[in-house]
Design a protein around this ligand. Structure first.
Ligand code: FEO
Length: 398
């Protein structure tokens, strides 16, 4: 059954949701599913903006045929060449051999790498400032390099004041029948997924997101049509406000996360004590996270949400506990910035992870590592209460 949704008079959603894929990019768990959005323009000329992942191929082609209603496809516009959106270029061009493919220069390079037959496609190469008219609508292209690949373009339609924003403003999470964000309780249903998507997929490219947000300020944008998640037609400032914070590495909420690694429960017990002490001192938003039991993408998302991060790590093979090391590597890869870190180290004979973590964090921009490292051997006990107090005082006062 087709699942085409009308967005405006001439713009239709022809994407689909995948609830079976376990991991996005074969990395990030997506128990909430994911949608792949594709947009059909039903104008004097017909156009499709991006295709969809191979996992929803049947649904996608059914939707495309339904939207076309027997017409042929004039333009296939490719804003982003990552396979979650471009995977069906071969099917679409095989179905409509006369279609003209519209993309950036670099997108065409990538296209031939994925689909060698692309060298024979009818093509229009576009860059920032170029336009494509479908009749009543004219789409202006805006370069959005590294949001999230280098070839990315946005497209702006001045008739519907709609920005087709590629991966930007997207979110994990399948769509539950509604295409518009205002059909959901976005904060309840999508905000955590949107933050996890942003921080893990685009988080490294805050400067590039800022650059394209500045360009977007010159456009009268009333709708945002991303490649994942719901379409925005109301309250755009909610999402734009989040993006402003996320892309400038400003914490979203005044919270603390306590991330611990623990082989036998002793560092876990100390983490609970740290959280309890922080609450006793007035911290309102404290979350305790087991680094072994929580996929790193969720911890990265929490790091984007809060301003203060406590890392509590036992020594392991003379070094860092491997899941904590993985988290630190991911933080570096994603260019975490502008955060306060407090460190605790545990070791039965050689507590050593404070310096190791501090050294790793020193490579991040604009982070503060509190000097007061909480050190304990094997387990935290009542005798350590003063040290614990000093540790949490420093976090509260940071
Ligand atoms: Fe949703 Fe960068 O692909």
């Amino acid at each position: 059954m087709n699942s085409v949704k009308k967005i405006t008079d001439k713009i239709y959603w022809i994407g689909g949701s995948d609830r079976r894929l376990q991991r996005f990019e074969n990395i990030f768990p997506i128990p909430e599913g994911v949608s792949y959005n594709s947009y059909f323009i039903d104008d004097e000329k017909t156009a499709v903006f991006d295709t969809a992942d191979v996992t929803i191929a049947d649904q996608y082609i059914e939707n495309l045929k339904q939207a076309l209603g027997g017409r042929s496809l004039d333009y296939l516009v490719v804003l982003h060449m990552e396979p979650d959106h471009c995977a069906q270029i071969d099917k679409v061009t095989a179905l409509f051999p006369e279609v003209t493919v519209v993309a950036s220069k670099q997108a065409f390079v990538f296209m031939e790498q994925f689909f060698p037959q692309a060298k024979d496609f009818k093509k229009i190469e576009v860059k920032e400032g170029d336009t494509l008219s479908t009749g009543e609508h004219t789409f202006s292209f805006v370069a959005a390099p590294m949001v999230h690949w280098p070839e990315v373009l946005f497209a702006y339609d001045a008739v519907d004041k709609a920005l087709l924003s590629a991966d930007a403003f997207g979110t994990f999470g399948a769509l539950d029948g509604g295409i518009f964000a205002d059909e959901y309780d976005f904060e309840r249903d999508f905000l955590d997924s949107a933050r996890r998507y942003y921080s893990n997929i685009v988080g490294k490219y805050g400067a590039q997101v800022q650059a394209v947000l500045k360009k977007a300020q010159g456009l009268d944008i009333q709708m945002i049509l991303p490649l994942h998640g719901p379409v925005w037609r109301k309250d755009l400032e909610v999402l734009l406000g989040k993006y402003q914070k996320w892309s400038t590495y400003e914490s979203e909420q005044d919270g603390v996360i306590v991330v611990y690694g623990s082989l036998y429960g002793h560092t876990a017990s100390a983490a609970e004590a740290v959280a309890s002490s922080l609450r006793d001192k007035g911290a309102k938003d404290v979350r305790v996270i087991d680094v072994s039991g929580t996929d790193v993408s969720y911890i990265i998302s929490e790091i984007w949400r809060v301003g203060k991060i406590v890392l509590m790590c036992p020594t392991y093979n003379g070094g860092l506990y491997p899941p904590m090391e993985n988290l630190l590597s991911d933080m570096a890869a994603l260019s975490v910035q502008n955060r306060v870190f407090a460190l605790a180290q545990n070791g039965t004979w050689a507590p050593a992870t404070g310096k190791l973590m501090s050294d790793r964090l020193s490579n991040l921009k604009n982070v503060t590592v509190l000097e007061n490292i909480l050190t304990f051997k094997s387990a935290l006990h009542a005798k350590d209460e003063e040290a614990l107090n000093n540790f949490t005082d420093a976090i509260i006062n940071a």
